[in-house]
Design a protein around this ligand. Sequence first.
Ligand SMILES: Cc1ncc(COP(=O)(O)O)c(C=O)c1O
Length: 445
Amino acid sequence: MTDELVPEDLRKEYSKEEILEIERKHMAPAVAHYYEDPVLFVRGEGATLEDSSGKSYIDLFAGICTTITGYAHPKYVATIKWQAERLVYTSSLYSTIPYAVLVKRLAEIAPKGLSQSFIVSSGSEANEAALFMARKYIGNPYIIACLHGYHGRTTLARELSSAGWRTTPESHPSGIRFAPYGYCYRCSFRKEYPECDFECARYIREVIRTQTNNAIAAFIVEPIQGVGGIIQPPPEFFRIAHETVKEYGGLYISDEVQTGFGRTGDKWWGIQHADVAPDIITVAKGFGSGIPVAGFMTRPEIATDYTVTDGFATFGGNPLSCAAAVAVIEIIQEGKYLEKASELGSHFRKKLDSLKEDHKIVGDVRGQGLMLGVELVRDRTTKEPAVQEMVQVMELCKDRGLLIGKGGIDGNVIRLQPPLELTREQVDDATNILDEVFSEIEKNL
Ligand SMILES: Cc1ncc(COP(=O)(O)O)c(C=O)c1O
């Protein structure tokens, strides 16, 4: 295929101003960009992005924790091109090779027993599907979700998310109940780990006993909350939660939309660090490394009653997305990303811990592998969230060629969830930039 066949309008070198003007005129305001002066990205390679002026950025946010294989990975690009030349789409009413190969490959990397998968296009859809299936299989309407969690933007997924991301004042969650999460830095019970005896996890029992019919369909939880601000409970939280969920007959759903595919290092799935065996895992984001593909993995007996009438989706399991996801799995395996996320993540974590020693604005450093967070506070004693300062940190980092993400209900947590193609040099450069930026901000603190 020659470039000349690509619509000229797409090949044209628009200026940023021209693009922002088109957006102002024609893009619904539901779309908002980071930064006072938004960036227009035109290409990327590895963990580096380039804007329309030719300036390079170290990307520590991967879109939103999505481009796990980085940008323009040769195998990824070749697979997408190869599949596009053959068959971009037919529905799952017909068999296709990419869908079959993908579910086979997922079964190879899934925790033991989760041998059956269902493919959709977004994380919200994956969670909807998993919860519908759980309610139907168990025959109970109650779902427990965690405070500070985020599970998507469809109606049910939104209702499962914490205030701040729910944004539907008219919504009346039916059958959804909330339990605390293991947010040790801001413990709901004002206790200290480990003397707390995991009161947060034990409280799940109270929620079930007082707010359900003494039984539940499912407990849905992220192994590390991403949007919530890279909150990582101790492993015991998940073990106690799992025991309780089983005692009350529910399914344990691990929402691995952000933590899946090796991001947390050493393991394919974040929940494996806690040694808990989930009944369902939901995936998206890094699964397609940018191509929309998502889904759930579960045991055959749970999947049995989930029928085509329950779950059919036009784009679910389309050949192009599935082929891209197969390439992603292979790139992760060949590039030893699990080991890499662990090694590079530990190196990065040490650097961030030393930033905490040097900068009073750093209240807490959290996370595992290449899913790290830095909570910014105005005062370490009161832990007042550094909300405005966070905005300035983002701007100053961008000016110096560093992209970071923002999370937490107060928006004061730096999210570091880069492509796993990141290099050690980039980690060192990024830390130096953060060091410089924190010093700058602290002048006015
Ligand atoms: C943990 C988690 N679950 C689900 C979703 C929803 O995924 P999507 O935006 O693809 O619908 C997100 C998105 O950020 C997420 O972080």
